[in-house]
Write a protein that binds this ligand. Structure first.
Ligand code: KIV
Ligand code: ZN
Length: 386
């Protein structure tokens, strides 16, 4: 089968990087429920856990492997045999297993986390990939803290792990440090300078410490990466990971990029709510794509423009991400057009003078009350009639 060069693979790590957040821990049945929804969403890879980290995590990988059939199920390891053995064992029921192994690549990590040298770390990276490859065909290698790594050393490491059998090479911006053009340049350098880079898929895994995770992921894709790693709602360590829903909707909205995924975007909203509830992690109202205000229009100027043609203020249709509907929120900043819209929704049709009168009384009410309900509107009109 010919590989589509414009296809972007979506790697979900909600159940691994996302679940590392304090207070977000899930039980195995909860993880299975989310994994099934991720399968329905159409993600290509589910990172189900870090099996050596706890018996519960190990068991979750086993049960998710049994529960899903289409996505690749991936297990995380450090670059050592014990971790890899546990991951291999946990994936024994997976229809499409993948081991995700790796090690630090920045001088900071090499010196102060591993107390080691570039040469030794390179050897450990290659050994880990070769060892994992004996049991599982699909091996993803991560070069932790690649965002701060020297790009020539990173290229040497990536070349060596591809030669050892890595099928996917993950270039994480572990600390959310890079600017989009820096991260994009790094991916471009690897694409242009690593021997046999086309034998592996380059993956982007960005953290959001500076609020740049989505922008960096897109920069990586524009420069040749074809797998994006992230989580639903962008949950994850510290400020979180790249939001899958954001990257997917950017690719869909900007078709000029020529890239596409296999995601059923209509499932986003429901899955976002499920993850938020189960992980006890509220979604901020202004969160792109899935926040409760993402499709709410509240100022008079926007409401008027939206009611004339929704595309004036809507670049994504709410129904495309499964959002219930766009809303025109009535506030003291709303105009007559918005009030008329809501009255007509309640089958109340006023002439020009009646509307002007109702609007005048509406403003007085909206100045003293934040939440204008249908009952408020009905009383407002009833009062005018007496
Ligand atoms: O952020 C990171 O570097 C990671 C790796 C383990 C892939 O999560
Ligand atoms: Zn991460």
């Amino acid at each position: 089968m010919l590989h589509d060069p414009n296809r972007v693979y979506v790697f979900d790590t909600t159940l691994r990087d996302g679940e590392q957040v304090p207070g977000c821990q899930l039980t195995t049945p909860e993880k299975i429920e989310i994994a099934r929804e991720l399968e329905a969403l159409g993600v290509d890879i589910i990172e189900a856990g870090f099996p050596i980290s706890s018996p519960g995590d190990f068991q979750s990988v086993v049960e998710i492997s049994k529960a899903v059939k289409n996505p690749i199920v991936c297990a995380l390891t450090r670059a050592n045999k014990g971790d890899i053995d546990a991951a291999v064992e946990s994936l024994k029921y997976a229809k499409h297993p993948r081991i995700h192994t790796g090690i630090g690549s920045s001088d900071m990590h090499i010196k102060t986390k591993f107390n080691s040298t570039r040469e030794e770390i390179l050897e450990r990276a290659v050994e880990a990939v070769k060892y994992a490859k004996k049991s599982v065909e699909d091996i993803e290698f991560y070069a932790e803290d690649a965002g701060r790594a020297d790009v020539r050393y990173l290229a040497q490491m990536i070349e060596a792990v591809i030669a050892a059998g890595a099928t996917v090479v993950n270039i994480p911006d572990t600390n959310g440090y890079c600017l989009p053009d820096q991260y994009g340049e790094k991916i471009k350098f690897l694409k242009e300078n690593v021997k046999n880079i086309d034998k592996a898929i380059i993956s982007v895994h960005c953290h959001n410490d500076l609020g740049l995770a989505t922008a960096n992921s897109i920069a990586g894709l524009q420069n040749g990466a074809r797998q994006i790693e992230g989580t639903i709602n962008g949950i994850g360590e510290r400020a979180g990971n790249t939001s899958i829903e954001e990257v997917v909707m950017i690719l869909k909205t900007h078709q000029v990029l020529g890239l596409h995924t296999n995601i059923n975007t209509k499932n986003f909203y429901e899955l976002s709510r499920m993850v938020s509830t189960q992980m006890r992690m509220p979604v901020q109202p202004n969160k792109a794509i899935v926040g409760s205000n993402a499709f709410a229009h509240s100022s008079g100027i926007h409401q008027d423009g939206f009611l004339k043609n929704r595309e004036n203020y809507e670049i994504i249709r709410p129904e495309d991400v499964g959002f219930p509907s766009a809303s025109i929120v009535l506030t003291a900043r709303s105009g007559r057009h918005a009030l008329k819209f809501h009255l007509e929704r309640l089958s109340i049709h006023l002439n020009k003078e009646e509307l002007a009168d109702a609007y005048h009384r509406f403003l007085t009410l909206a100045d003293s009350k934040l939440d204008i309900t249908d009952e408020d509107l009905l009383s407002l009109v009833a009062a005018a009639k007496v």
